[in-house]
Design a protein around this ligand. Structure first.
Ligand code: 3HC
Ligand code: NAI
Length: 694
């Protein structure tokens, strides 16, 4: 039940905002604030007003769920409340405990004074949702703190702490101890000193050399914000704050906000915000499922993945032991970890003391005796089922009862691995992405017999390790790599037909992907895909692939690590350079299979690659491997460099229209290697019903 309240304490009216979990400014809370301000205004006994939220949140801002719905326009709107606050004749003090974000900070800016607890966080994070502060923030913040600082806060969306807020002039006083008592003292002092309302609107946003400043800001931001609609609009609004009278600036802000909120890019970014939070929900595993304690971890294998995974535990303050059969491998693994931490320190993101304490949490061993009491053990040895079998049998023999036994396999069957033990209920897949200490995605693979508390514990651990954990069922490639395979198959078929790697990569990169498939494989190692294909040639001979990728591998061109792959690389450089050798190889292959090359349009490249992703995603969703379409989107947004402003492959397919996607797939089925296209039953069903994935 909401504990929002209005009371009068001496000369001061106290408006308490209570709308859990984050004091979002939804319609009910807006009404409470509006009505309370009216009461305070009309009560002659009230000389000043204090507005306060909870210890966690002054306010998390506008209710994002209400955007693009009639509720956001329902009266009183946020704009109306802000206008009333600003116009109050009695001084209003915002008492900020916890965070004041977006519309929450804008509410505080419309108050006449602001006090905050030491741990308060102040931010205008709208840019992260593809919008801009639309409650007067772009006009008020640069009037109260230096313009450059205000712009930086809006472009980054990152919070500042109370002390910094005070130094900048955003906060009048930092209150140690009880915030309400401090705010009441402050308000009473205002009354005693006869100080009235002090409106930010009456201040000016001063800036020397404004023209050059904004030109520079635009040039720098344009370079980093390609595809994102908000940053340049934010600069325009802040420029208006400097150049225009307050009310005109406000009008300008309003128009730009209204424009942005209707862009597909902003909708995509808001989809991502909620999608991330959805991933934690598993329908048949209640949120109150009792989890197991994870105080100690162990990792088998200190190679590329094992080392990166160990860093995650150390970063989260969990002691971890790495096990290898040979001392050299441990030394190598540990040296790589130290090198990574040192590089981060050199960039100023870690102190020596932090590096030491993290390294101190990582132990190494050659003996299983030293890992038996770990609460979770993650296997990250060679991708070979015989090696995995030996390791899992050993783990089954030594690990304490109740320990979670996880595998980082990327291609093997987790059910089969679980069956190597007598405790399959304790076995789960934790598919980290490389580099494991950097990538946010963690696919949590739920095997047939995985116990619910093991799943819940692993999801909770993922959060502690600061990962976005997405549940996947068992299938070849899980969610991400299974979809990727179809995408890459299409890219390769287009090489057969007339495209070149640089053309395909160029089109997809321009569209927004961090890199195209050929650049990506050169980075990850072409041998990985080759290994998978060789297995498929035996296990699933009906699946057809272009042979060009195998030819590249047969030449030892595994990518950056061998100096050449789909591209060549100058010594010490990671820049892909188109290579005539590859073009010749492709040409020869086309001749061999009797294809006369044709020009492939950018549109066809986009459609074939991206519809292949969405179609396989629909198979995965239909089979119940993924819990929801937005989980699939999160996999691509956090693990595969999919641009946030496209919302993920499923969201994007929704925005294109599923009927259009299906029609294109039907067309592709009649084209080259058309048998590779098998429209997902779910795609056909949703199209027939006029529905979407999300
Ligand atoms: N509107 C609606 N719901 C919100 C919300 C918001 N502004 N902020 C958070 N929520 C919801 C979340 O979706 C989640 O719901 P769920 O439990 O149903 O999944 C719940 O609140 C708790 O959120 P978190 O799990 O993220 O909780 P944390 O404690 O980890 O983080 C937070 C809290 C820091 C406030 C974080 O939720 C956050 O960053 N929220 C977004 C803040 C934001 O962007 N505000 C600006 C909004 S736009 C605006 O104000 C426009 C204005 O300029 C006109
Ligand atoms: P790697 O070859 O870099 O490391 C494997 C390590 O395991 C080596 O240090 C090796 O000495 C050690 N090892 C081998 N047999 C062992 C045994 N019996 N006991 C203890 N240690 C043993 O391999 P990488 O890349 O770290 O892969 C590990 C696992 O992670 C594989 O299952 C792989 O499929 C998976 N994976 C790899 C990704 C990648 O991009 N490299 C991404 C996601 C998963």
């Amino acid at each position: 039940m909401s504990a929002s309240s209005y009371s009068v304490q001496g000369d001061v009216a106290v408006i308490v905002m209570d709308n859990p979990p984050v004091n979002g400014l939804g319609h009910a809370l807006r009404t409470h604030i509006y009505d309370s301000l009216a009461k305070a205004s009309s009560d002659a006994a009230v000389k000043a007003v204090v507005m306060i939220g909870s210890a966690k949140a002054f306010s998390g801002g506008a209710d994002i769920r209400e955007f693009n719905t009639p509720k956001s326009a329902a009266k009183p709107t946020l704009h109306e409340i802000i206008a009333v606050l600003d116009g109050m004749h009695k001084p209003v003090v915002a008492a900020i405990g916890g965070f004041a974000l977006g519309g929450g900070l804008e509410l505080a800016l419309a108050c006449h004074y602001r006090v905050a607890s030491p741990k308060a966080n102040l931010a205008l994070p709208e840019v992260k949702l593809g919008i801009l502060p639309g409650g007067g923030g772009t006009q008020r913040l640069p009037r109260v703190i230096p313009v450059a600082e205000a712009l930086q806060m809006m472009l980054s969306g990152n919070p500042i702490a109370s002390e910094k807020g005070k130094a900048l002039g955003l906060i009048e006083e930092v209150v140690e101890g009880d915030l309400l008592a401090g705010a009441l003292d402050y308000a009473n002092k205002l009354v005693a000193q006869g100080k009235g309302a002090r409106r930010i609107r009456a201040m000016t946003a001063k800036l020397e050399g404004a023209t050059q400043f904004f030109e520079r800001a635009r040039a720098e931001t344009a370079k980093t914000s390609r595809g994102f609609p908000a940053p340049l609009e934010i600069i325009a609004c802040v420029e208006a704050a400097v150049a225009k009278p307050f009310d005109e600036g406000l009008k300008f802000e309003r128009a730009r906000f209204e424009h942005l909120i209707n862009t597909i890019e902003s909708k995509a970014m808001r989809h991502m915000f909620f999608a991330e939070r959805q991933t934690a929900r598993i329908p048949d595993v209640p949120e109150d499922t009792r989890t197991r304690e994870i105080r100690k971890a162990a990792i088998i294998g200190a190679g590329t993945m094992g080392g990166g995974i160990a860093m995650n535990f150390a970063n989260a303050g969990i002691p971890v032991t790495l096990l290898e059969p040979k001392q050299e491998a441990l030394d190598r693994g540990l040296a790589t970890i130290l090198k990574n931490y040192t590089a981060t320190m050199k960039k100023g993101r870690l102190t020596q003391a932090e590096v030491d304490s993290r390294m101190g949490l990582i132990k190494t061993t050659l003996s299983y005796d030293d890992v038996r009491d770990a609460d979770i053990v993650i296997e990250a040895v060679f991708e070979d089922i015989a090696v995995k079998k030996a390791v899992f049998e050993k783990l089954d023999a030594v690990m304490k009862p109740g320990a979670i036994i996880a595998t980082n396999t990327s291609t093997l069957d987790v059910n089969q691995i679980a069956a190597f033990t007598k405790r399959p209920q304790d076995v789960i897949g934790t598919h980290f992405f490389s580099p494991a200490n950097v990538m946010r995605l963690l696919e949590v693979v739920r095997a047939a017999k995985t116990a619910k508390d093991v799943l819940a514990t692993t999801m909770k651990l993922g959060k502690k390790l600061r990962k976005v954990s997405v549940v996947s069922g068992v299938c070849d490639g899980f969610i991400g790599n299974r979809m990727l395979e179809q995408y890459v198959r299409q890219a390769l078929f287009m090489l057969d037909e007339g495209a070149l790697p640089q053309q395909i990569d160029g089109v997809l990169q321009k569209w927004g992907l961090a890199m195209g498939p050929f650049t990506m494989y050169d980075l990850a190692g072409n041998d990985i895909g080759w290994y998978v294909r060789k297995r498929r040639y035996v296990e699933s001979p009906h699946i057809v692939y272009s042979k060009i990728a195998d030819r590249i591998c047969e030449l030892g061109r595994f990518g950056q690590k061998t100096g050449s792959g789909w591209y060549r690389y100058e010594a010490g450089s990671r820049t892909p350079v188109p290579d005539p050798v590859v073009e010749k190889l492709i040409e020869d292959y086309r001749k061999e299979i009797g294809i006369t090359p044709r020009k492939i349009s950018d549109e066809e490249i986009l459609q074939r690659c991206l519809y292949a992703l969405a179609n396989e995603g629909a198979h995965i969703l239909g089979e119940g491997i993924a819990l929801r379409a937005s989980d699939i989107d999160m996999v691509y947004l956090t693990g595969y460099g999919f641009p946030a402003y496209r919302g993920g492959p499923m969201f994007w397919a929704d925005s294109v229209g599923l009927a259009n996607v299906l029609a294109a797939i039907e067309r592709f089925r009649k084209g080259y290697q058309g048998a590779a296209w098998e429209p997902a039953p779910l795609l056909a069903k949703l199209t027939a019903e006029g529905k979407t994935f999300n």
